[in-house]
Every structure is written in C-alpha cells, then in structure tokens.
Write a protein that binds this ligand. Structure first.
Ligand SMILES: [Fe+2]
Ligand SMILES: [Fe+2]
Length: 317
C-alpha cells in the first residue's frame, strides 16, 4: 500500500463525519427559482429574434466574469474524473465525490439558464467556448490525493469569492441573488476539504505541510487553459472581482490560519522547510498584491477624473 492509500484510509472516518456534517448543513435549492423566465423569448430558429449585443444589460466586465465562471463550472466532467481517480468511488469518499459533483452541476445549470433567458451574453459564442474548453478538458497533472484535497480547499474558496463579487458587478439583483446562492455551496465545499486537510495535518504533518506549500506556490485557477482566460482575468482583477489582494487576504490566509500553519510545533525538518518556503512565497505575494492595488487605484482615479460623473461602475472591491 502506498503512503497515499494509507492516508486516504486513515482519513475515511473524517470524510464520513464531514459528509454527514455537509448533508446536515446543505439546503436544497432549485436553479429554476433563480431565473427570470418571464423575460425569455424564442430565438430565430423558432420564429423569434437571435441575440444581438444591445439586448444584454450586462457590462463588459460582468460578461467577462460570468462567462469565465460559467465555463469553469462547465468543465465538471474533468473535475469529477480528477477527484474520482484520486479519492476513489468507495465508502464515504465515493459518496462525497458523487454528492459534490451533483451540487456543482447545479451551478452551471443556474448560470446558463440565467444568461440565455436574459440574453446576457451571445449564446452562440458561449456554446462554442464551452465546446472548446470541455473538449480540451482540465488536467491537474500528477497531484496526489493529499495535494488534490489541499488544492481544492483554496480553489473552492476562490470560486466563492469570485461568484460573490461577480454578483456585485452585474448590478442585477436577480443575478446577485443567484450567485450568492452558488457562493454558499462553494463555501460549504471549502469547509469540507479544509477539515480533511486539518485531519491530514494531524496524521502526517510534514507531508501535509509540503503539499500546502506546493499548492499555494503553484496555485492556478482551473479555468487557466480556457480561451481568453488571460484577458478576462485581467478584467476580473481590475474590477476587484478576483485579484491578488483577495487571493492573499480572503482565500490563502484564512485557510492557513484555520490550519494553524505558522503556529504548529509538530513539524519535522521536511515540514519546517516547506513552511519556510511558504512564508517566503507569501511575503512576495503580499507585496505583489499591494503593488497591483496601488496601480489600480491610480488607474481608477485617472478614469474617474476623465469621466463627467466621476462614476466607476464596474468595481466589486
Ligand atoms: Fe461551483
Ligand atoms: Fe464548489
């Protein structure tokens, strides 16, 4: 049996406990309750009118964020494969994999229905982008189960922040409510994975600290391989929907604090080394985030000075 298999087996009771906790806390909700169906109408193939840009009430920023978030959700079959091959299909791990997959699918359903019904984005472009991105799929590389569970702890919280702030820039109470609902799911997912990593730290502190350092240093959003990701993530960062400051302050640090990453006294040489690397990386990330926020504030001030109203509408934070 490999170390990973041992660890997965040792974590099984913690997974079972957290699965029960999750099922107790998760509230049932239905995508159809979050979509303004009365705004819907036929497209040309049914005798209606096809999409054109002026039909959308979303700004370019809101569109970029919604498309990025939806396409990210769409690649669920790849994520399912990634976690099912790492965590297995048996016992509590297997039940979690199925339940998590079912919950995630609801996010894509709600967002797509909203965008198509309200004509928020071009449905043809959206479908082509989905085909492209899903055809290439997502591959997390050769992560172990421990690295995967560590990565998703951060990733779930990152999607929570990103959905929540996307809701703010839509300036649409319907979209805001839907994205707030989805964010709650992402938060519960984060709590589940975070608790598994807490237990892993108790069982195998050095190995787990190594995984934490590697996943924080190498962190990349799952959508990084989709077409237009660099452009869209710049728009998303400029609007404060997701940027380095949020990544450091609201995603990485709260989880590391929860794990007592910097106060632990149970690390050996391997864990200490990993923690040092983590600390060095975080210092760099923090100053990079500060520089980004400074530059952005200058840019915003210049834009506000140029515009007559002084308004900067596309800002989440
Ligand atoms: Fe999701
Ligand atoms: Fe999630």
């Amino acid at each position: 049996m490999s170390t990973t298999d041992h660890l997965l087996e040792a974590l099984e009771p913690v997974v079972a406990e957290n699965l029960d906790r999750h099922l107790g806390l998760a509230q049932e909700w239905h995508p159809h309750d979050y979509v303004p169906w009365s705004e819907g109408r036929d497209f040309a193939s049914m005798g209606g009118e096809d999409w054109s840009p002026e039909q959308s009430r979303l700004s370019e920023t809101a569109k970029a964020a919604m498309i990025t978030n939806l396409l990210t959700e769409d690649n669920l079959p790849s994520y399912h494969r990634e976690i099912a091959t790492r965590f297995g299909r048996d016992g509590a791990w297997g039940t979690w994999v199925g339940r998590w997959t079912a919950e995630e699918n609801r996010h894509g359903i709600a967002m797509r229905d909203y965008l198509v019904v309200t004509r928020g984005v071009d449905p043809v472009e959206l479908e082509r982008a989905r085909m492209d991105y899903m055809t290439s799929g997502y591959d997390s590389g050769d992560k172990t189960a421990l690295e995967a569970v560590t990565y998703v702890s951060f990733q779930e919280l990152a999607t929570r922040v990103s959905h929540r702030n996307t809701g703010k820039v839509t300036h649409d109470p319907v979209a805001d409510r839907m994205l707030a609902r989805i964010s709650k799911d992402e938060n519960l997912h984060m709590v589940f994975y975070r608790n598994i990593v807490s237990a892993a730290l108790e069982i195998a502190p050095d190995e787990t600290m190594r995984a934490i350092a590697d996943e924080v240093v190498g962190f990349e959003m799952p959508g990084a391989t989709m077409a237009g990701f660099r452009r869209n993530s710049m728009i998303i960062a400029k609007a404060g929907i997701y940027d380095l400051r949020l990544h450091h302050d609201d995603v990485i640090m709260p989880i590391l604090r929860h794990w007592n990453a910097f106060e632990r006294t149970d690390l050996g040489a391997v864990g200490e080394q990993a923690r040092d690397e983590l600390a060095t990386f975080l210092e760099g990330l923090d100053s990079q985030a500060s520089r980004f926020v400074e530059r952005r504030a200058e840019q915003r001030a210049r834009t506000a000075a140029r515009s007559e109203t002084g308004e900067t509408p596309d800002i989440a934070s």
